[in-house]
Design a protein around this ligand. Sequence first.
Ligand SMILES: [Ca+2]
Ligand SMILES: [Ca+2]
Length: 211
Amino acid sequence: MHSSLIRPLLMVVGSIAWLQGAESTTFFVDPMPVGTTATVSFATEASGSADTLLDHDPKTALVAKQGTAQEGKSVSIFLRFPKEVPGLSGVVLGQSDQFGNYVWQQMEFWADTTGNGTYDTKLGSAKGPAAGQHRFPMAAMPVKGLELRVTKQSIKGTRRAFSLNGIDGLVMADSSGSGEMRYVIEDVEDLSSWRTWADNSAQPEGERSYG
Ligand SMILES: [Ca+2]
Ligand SMILES: [Ca+2]
């Protein structure tokens, strides 16, 4: 799609949603903010440190030390953002252990909304080891840190904690309609018909309540 069309499309989507009385929030994926740091609650091998989560390289992944997976004990990844992230609505996860030995099975998402280092606002949960987008059912909220708390994982072989090869982005909610040009990943109606229409005409026709 031509980038110049993205913003008009967003506005069209928003106004259609308003006409239908639906939520007019648009969701999009942002890359991890520059300056984000990742730490983990368990010991890792040197080649599989928490830095592998944010290196944009799918070939590098968390490699926990032996014995770090224990029945009934959760393990966590902690993300700290360089500044408050507004409107966080989800996270995009990479792949867990491709061989199926050290995979996460249940994960909870907890936010630090105050910046005091405690993650006390639960945003949602997910079943593993699904890669890709995990949207939170909670309304989007500004957060300063995010904990990915794995409450269940496979325990096999040398009992390493789960592996993950990246945290690839943040799902954001834009209800302002004034965002920058975004890659739209979802909307309230079938975007494809609008995309086709806009591609053909370059200009929306009909009522243009978005100005
Ligand atoms: Ca990686
Ligand atoms: Ca807090």
